[in-house]
Design a protein around this ligand. Structure first.
Ligand code: GLY
Length: 307
């Protein structure tokens, strides 16, 4: 079993002029997660490190760069899950936090709950000494422009899914065979205030179980929740399917049953991994055996060596 970390930067349609930013961002996050694993760190520390990097990168819809809700504000969701114990922590509709994934881990480590929401989550952050950041530091020129442009647009099923969504996430297996997942998002562009998506919901935004593997999802949250996509994929793996086949079965079911598009990164307990998506693009990168694999379009598998 070789330790591995796989990250995604959201299933969507990436304009060609921004594709390098997406690719560089996921490659750098996967390298950061892999450095943790190579140093003997846990899969949990690796996924939190990788996702924190993606939250700090304004390219992605999480942390800085999160899409804006109908009121032009940032509300974020995040989850972590530890496959050894099934411990999980999540936050939803949280504001003014640079790294919601780290706050989700604090919920797991420091409370007896699995999810804190909105002002309660912010109060918990304060009690843990997590600094609050100005709203403007999470908003970019692009997210403000997209909000202004789209706020009048009517909702159309499939096309509008692609324009509004994005999420970041990671899964990992460490040298002790423990799996973990982490997912973080600004949610859907123009969402209602207080809308909670799939990301902080166990089994939807992610799931990790040492007996099977781990999944982090991205895509249209309302559809992902209806089919509990992450747990559905692990169910298919429990039935003997490979990481690729199980991921494709889950995504195909979501498309046919509830018209939902999305993507996933998946690992099994042996360290087999995959990145699959039903959208035109999903930026992803995987680091294993000192090699970085990455891609953005269906069928991509580019490689670089890791020194
Ligand atoms: N998958 C992210 C969201 O819908 O909120």
């Amino acid at each position: 079993m070789f330790p591995v970390v796989v990250v995604h930067g959201g299933a969507s349609m990436v304009p060609s002029e921004r594709s390098d930013n997406f690719t560089l961002g996921v490659c750098s996050a996967a390298r950061a997660g892999y450095a943790v694993l190579r140093g003997g760190g846990s899969s949990m520390d690796a996924v939190v490190e990788a996702v924190s990097q993606l939250e700090n990168d304004p390219t992605f819809n999480a942390g800085c760069g999160s899409v804006l809700n109908i009121k032009g504000e940032v509300e974020m969701d995040a989850i972590v899950m530890d496959g050894k114990t099934l411990a999980s922590g999540a936050v939803s509709a949280v504001r003014n936090i640079a790294n919601p994934v780290q706050l989700a881990k604090l919920v797991m480590d420091k409370t007896s709950h699995t999810c804190l929401t909105a002002e309660g989550a912010n109060r918990f952050a304060r009690s843990m000494g997590v600094p609050e950041v100005p709203s403007e530091s999470l908003i970019t020129e692009l997210t403000r422009m997209r909000w202004t442009k789209k706020r009048e647009a009517s909702a159309k099923p499939v096309e509008s899914q692609l324009e509004k969504m994005g999420t970041v996430g990671a899964v990992a297996v460490d040298s002790e065979g423990n799996v973990a997942c982490a997912t973080s998002t600004g949610g859907m562009l123009n969402k209602m205030e207080g809308r909670v998506g799939d990301t902080p919901c166990i089994g939807s935004g992610g799931y990790a179980d040492n007996q099977v593997g781990a999944v982090s999802t991205t895509g249209y949250g309302e559809a992902i929740m209806k089919v509990t996509l992450a747990r559905l994929i692990l169910f298919h793996m429990e039935q003997g399917q490979s990481v690729e086949a199980a991921s494709d079965l889950g995504l195909a079911y979501m498309a046919s049953r509830v018209d939902g598009l999305g993507g996933v990164v998946t690992v099994d307990r042996q360290g087999h991994w995959t990145a699959r998506f039903s959208t035109p693009n999903m930026s992803w990168a995987a680091a294993q055996k000192d090699t970085l694999h990455y891609g953005l379009r269906p069928g991509d598998d580019l490689t670089q060596s890791i020194d």
